[in-house]
Structure formats: structure tokens, C-alpha cells
Design a binder for this molecule. Structure first.
Ligand SMILES: NC(=O)c1ccc[n+]([C@@H]2O[C@H](COP(=O)([O-])OP(=O)(O)OC[C@H]3O[C@@H](n4cnc5c(N)ncnc54)[C@H](OP(=O)(O)O)[C@@H]3O)[C@@H](O)[C@H]2O)c1
Length: 321
């Protein structure tokens, strides 16, 4: 079948390992379902996989793509939950120490067909297109959990999103605005800040800029490049919710500020199946739709990967079949 895959790990030149070609048709073990992929979306995680981060060398070649939406053999339309738990795991899937994401052990969604455990498919709301539904499983689910499960912020409070144009960042802005938060955003270029404004942000700032006031919560996926600014931006008792470190780990955690202002730092990863169901319902009810910056044929996947590697994003990059 057609597939976009990582042929091998390439730490320094991830695109050198990116292959658009053919992989064997998959087997469908008992308890799993074959989903004909209609749309899938790109995440930074796919670049980490090409670099060999978070995946064992013996797992290559690996079909890329954590997220997807498609059709079951009986014609029903589904969205994929990318968090795969160990057999028999009960409860919050993200807390299973043996969990994996699609593309870590199981093959991913950038292909004609993806095979997943039955519990990893959810019904696609009719109101969402396949392209929109394909944005939900990773970036949007992560943003949903950060904001609604982990942050404890209430509507009316002020949240700062570090980074304007990424998949998780745009989801945070859109969800925050829809939920009645005051949303502030930092972005690295005027164009990216303008995008955040267009998505509803109440104020936008250059990365690292002094803010007009302190915020109740900061949403971090950038890490090293923004951490100092994050810690300086919080009200006493404020919270940082962190789900990524794109620019690397921090050199100085700012512990003095942490204890003196009684700040809270909380980690967040992906989301549960139930949270994904709630996110899908939220979009269905609210009319919010993910910001898709580029929609490409899956055969042109390389173009999407190049854009993400260059930081040239305007929301989600979707690949369609
Ligand atoms: N823990 C989890 O479950 C989980 C789930 C999803 C993603 N993540 C992580 O979250 C991060 C973002 O993922 P994504 O898919 O949203 O990636 P993406 O679409 O490529 O977005 C990258 C974002 O990072 C910002 N950024 C990158 N380098 C920066 C720098 N040096 N200074 C300031 N901002 C910078 C960009 O801001 P500008 O718009 O200003 O350029 C952009 O908003 C990745 O590290 C990913 O691994 C984690």
C-alpha cells in the first residue's frame, strides 16, 4: 500500500530518512480494526520520529502520522485516539507506563490503511470534515487537556500561550477564546502574531516582550527559548502547564521565583479517550474548527515536513488521501 515512512533514524538530517513509497499491506489482528485513511495531520512528533527520538532503532521502517480520520470497513466514519495502552490497562491511558503513541510501536496514519486496537477509534461527528477531524488526536487533544483538565483556570482569567502558529498553540488560542478566557500570545514574527489575532487572541506580543500585566496561567511547548519569560509573566500562585520543549530543556528553572511566588509547574501529555470524545463534542456544539494552514495530498508530504522543520506553520498541516 501507499505510505509515507521513516526509513531509518536520522538525528541531524530528519528529511533524509523521509520516504514516500510503498509498504506491505498490514495484517489485522483480533481486537483491531483496519481504518481506510481519508486525512491525517502532521505533528512535531513525526519530526522527532525521523530523528530517532522516542522510538527504538529496531522499529524502523516506521509509517509516520499519529493523527488520522477515516472509514471502517462497515462505512462508519471515525477519528483515531493515538494513545495505545498495554493489554488490560484500565483508567487514564496517559498514565500507563507502557503506553505508546501510534508510530512508536504500531504503524502510523500516513498510508492507505492504519490498523489500531478497537478502543482507539471514536465516531467522527458529522459536522467535522475528515481534515478537521484529523487534527484532533494529538495537538488539539493535548491543548484540551492542558487547558481544561490541568490548568484549573476559569473563564475570564488571563492565559498566555507561548508560540503563535503551531498546532498546539493555535488549538490553545482557539479553545481558550471559545471558553471565555482572556488570551495573550507571543509569536516570533508579525505574520504569526497576526494569525493569533485572527484566531481571536485579545493581545499579541513579540517573543520575550514585557507584558502589560501578569497572567494566571502560561501554556508552554517551546521550553528553553521562552521559559524565563514564562516564569516572569505569572501572577503569584499562577500555573505553567508544559507539554513540550521544542527549543530544548531549560538551563535555569528559576527556583527562587518558583517558591517565592508559589508558582505551580504542571506537566501534561496527550489526553484520554474520554477527553477526546469531549473535545469532539466541544467542536460539534461550539462550531469551533481547527486552524488548518496547509492541506496537501499525502503524496506531497515532504512539502509539509519541510514547512514544519523551517517553523513555517500557520496552524495544522493536513495530508489527505
Ligand atoms: N506532550 C505531548 O503530548 C505533546 C503533544 C503535542 C505536541 N507536543 C510538543 O509540543 C511542541 C509543539 O508541537 P506542535 O506539533 O504544535 O509543533 P509546531 O506546529 O511545529 O509548532 C511549533 C511552535 O513552537 C514555537 N516555537 C518553536 N521554536 C521556538 C522558539 N525558538 N522560540 C519561540 N517559539 C518557538 C512556534 O512559535 P511561532 O508561532 O512563534 O513560530 C510554534 O508555535 C513539540 O515540542 C511537540 O513535541 C507534545
Amino acid at each position: 500500500m501507499f505510505a509515507v515512512y521513516a526509513a531509518r533514524p536520522e538525528a541531524d538530517d530528519p528529511l533524509a530518512a523521509l520516504t514516500v513509497g510503498e509498504r506491505p499491506d498490514p495484517d489485522v489482528p483480533a481486537g483491531s480494526l483496519a481504518v481506510t485513511v481519508r486525512a491525517a495531520s502532521l505533528n512535531m512528533h513525526d519530526l522527532w520520529t525521523l530523528r530517532g527520538v522516542g522510538i527504538k532503532p529496531e522499529q524502523f521502517p516506521m509509517i509516520l502520522g499519529c493523527d488520522g480520520a477515516g472509514v471502517l470497513p462497515d462505512g462508519s466514519e471515525v477519528v483515531l485516539h493515538p494513545v495505545v495502552t498495554s493489554p488490560g490497562w484500565m483508567g487514564d491511558e496517559t498514565l500507563d507506563p507502557k503506553r505508546s503513541l501510534l508510530t512508536e510501536r504500531l504503524q502510523g496514519t500516513f498510508a492507505d490503511t492504519v490498523v489500531v486496537p478497537e478502543r482507539n477509534v471514536l465516531p467522527k461527528p458529522e459536522s467535522l470534515s475528515f481534515a478537521e477531524a484529523a487534527c484532533m488526536g494529538t495537538a488539539w487533544l493535548t491543548a484540551y487537556r492542558m487547558l481544561f483538565v490541568k490548568s484549573g483556570l476559569r473563564p475570564g482569567q488571563t492565559m498566555l500561550v507561548q508560540g503563535a502558529s503551531g498546532g498546539v498553540s493555535t488549538a490553545l488560542v482557539q479553545l481558550g477564546c471559545a471558553a471565555g478566557m482572556r488570551v495573550w500570545v507571543t509569536g516570533r514574527s508579525a505574520e504569526k502574531r497576526e494569525l493569533a489575532r485572527a484566531l481571536g487572541a485579545h493581545a499579541v506580543f513579540e517573543s520575550g516582550a514585557r507584558l502589560p500585566g501578569r497572567v494566571d496561567g502560561v501554556f508552554e511547548t517551546v521550553g528553553k527559548a521562552t521559559w524565563g519569560h514564562t516564569m516572569k509573566s505569572l501572577e503569584p500562585g499562577g500555573i505553567v502547564v508544559c507539554s513540550g520543549a521544542t527549543s530544548g530543556d531549560v538551563d535555569a528553572a528559576q527556583l527562587q521565583r518558583l517558591f517565592f511566588l508559589q508558582l505551580r509547574v504542571v506537566g501534561s501529555t496527550m489526553g484520554t479517550r474520554d477527553e477526546l470524545a469531549d473535545l469532539l463534542a466541544f467542536l460539534d456544539v461550539s462550531g469551533v474548527r481547527p486552524q488548518i494552514g496547509a492541506e496537501l495530498a499525502m503524496t506531497d508530504a515532504e512539502q509539509g515536513f519541510e514547512a514544519m522543520l523551517d517553523g513555517d506553520t500557520a496552524g495544522k498541516i493536513v495530508l489527505t488521501r
